[in-house]
Design a protein around this ligand. Structure first.
Ligand SMILES: Cc1ncc(COP(=O)(O)O)c(C=O)c1O
Length: 367
């Protein structure tokens, strides 16, 4: 960030076309690194806007209600912004959200989703279903969904599948291209360390490239070779870059580039293996220390979770959080009784995991 500010001080607008990474090209390394993180082929990933704005952009293209095929399926416990985006988008396009939106999953949002149930609902909706939008990792429970299986279920009935990868990017070893996702959106400020509200990510599968699809357009979506000719007609990049709206926000993409380079350097496979190991150790340590006083909400099976572990505690959760904080541990709580903690392979050690378990027991003892 400091480097780019220096460039602005010294070069002003010329920074667009000079320097190691000219600002006009700043999106290119960001897109390449993002693509590797999510298992995209070249041209399928792009960093732009924020997650929610990207979801709207994707809905504008990939939700094309036709005849009876118009329903959008989301999970009942979806992150509120996703629900707001989908409902408002449906209304904005002149349809009734109550009629179009189907919400599936446990009535109590803290329970895990049954993938078989999701598949059954998708199959039941059949030709009425236009699109499913699901999370790669559910934000409350930490449950990881099977992208390939659920995307295939949507495709089976002729619908499309879009994914919210906010809690999955930089956490799971994603394979969005091979798993067949039509689109995905994510943010860069959870596992990707780019700072609150930093630039979002977007994936568009290559099967949708080079097509004249309806979209929200902006000048940065125009082909880079003729973008600065400033011609009135829109000639979009044939790949995911064709959905860009604005200039790349350099000051928030700079930390993303640094963070994504570290991910690239270590490799998602290595990080994932170590993340799994830390997660298992965390579960065992908490089990040993706290026994029946905590319930594990996050599924234990490998492949059904990432770094996050959600615990239900039989104690006032805010008080537990305060006591953990006093022991130097930062985690998140969801009232009435959930604690979300993540042992992250880039910067957590086995020692942190063990200390957490001991501190949790001490906190529970004092509540
Ligand atoms: C699962 C999920 N979806 C969507 C969002 C919204 O992201 P943004 O505010 O970057 O649009 C968040 C933010 O925390 C999230 O966790």
């Amino acid at each position: 960030v400091a480097h780019e500010l220096e460039r602005w001080a010294g070069q002003a607008v010329e920074g667009h076309f000079s320097g190691t990474i000219p600002w006009a090209d700043y999106g290119e390394p960001a897109a390449m690194l993002a693509g590797r993180l999510v298992g995209a082929q070249p041209g399928e990933a792009v960093m732009m806007n924020g997650l929610t704005a990207n979801l709207h952009a994707m809905l504008a293209t990939f939700w094309q209600p036709q005849g009876r095929r118009r329903k959008i399926l989301i999970e009942r416990g979806a992150f509120p912004s996703d629900r707001h985006a989908v409902r408002s988008h449906i209304g904005f396009r002149g349809f009734d959200p109550d009629e179009v939106l189907v919400e599936v999953g446990p009535a109590w949002a803290d329970d895990v989703l049954a993938e078989g149930e999701l598949e059954a609902v998708v199959e039941g909706l059949g030709e009425d279903l236009a699109l499913v939008v699901l999370p790669g990792v559910q934000f409350r429970t930490g449950q990881a969904l099977d992208v390939r299986r659920l995307t295939a279920a949507a495709h089976e009935v002729g619908a499309l599948a879009g994914w919210d990868m906010a809690h999955a990017a930089g956490n799971l070893g994603l394979a969005l291209h091979d798993d067949g996702a039509d689109f995905a959106v994510w943010c860069s400020y959870k596992y990707l360390n780019s700072g609150p509200g930093s630039v979002g990510g977007c994936f568009v599968h290559s099967r949708h490239h080079g097509r004249d699809l309806p979209r929200m357009a902006g000048w940065w979506g125009h082909r880079p070779d003729t973008r600065f000719a400033m011609a009135p007609d829109f000639d979009p990049s044939p790949d995911a870059r064709g959905w860009q709206l604005s200039n790349v926000p350099v000051l928030c993409t700079a930390p993303f580039l640094v963070s994504a380079t570290l991910f690239d350097h270590v490799g998602m496979e290595t990080l994932r293996a170590r993340g799994q190991w830390l997660h298992s150790r965390l579960r065992l340590a908490v089990q040993d220390a706290c026994g029946g006083r905590v319930h594990f909400v996050t599924p234990a099976t490998e492949g059904e979770h990432g770094c996050q572990l959600t615990l239900r505690v039989q104690a006032p959760v805010r008080q537990v959080q305060t006591l953990l904080r006093e022991a130097g541990i930062v985690c998140d709580v969801r009232t009435p009784d959930l604690i979300r903690v993540a042992a992250v392979p880039h910067y957590n050690l086995a020692r942190d995991v063990d200390e957490f378990a001991v501190a949790l027991r001490a906190a529970l003892d004092r509540c």
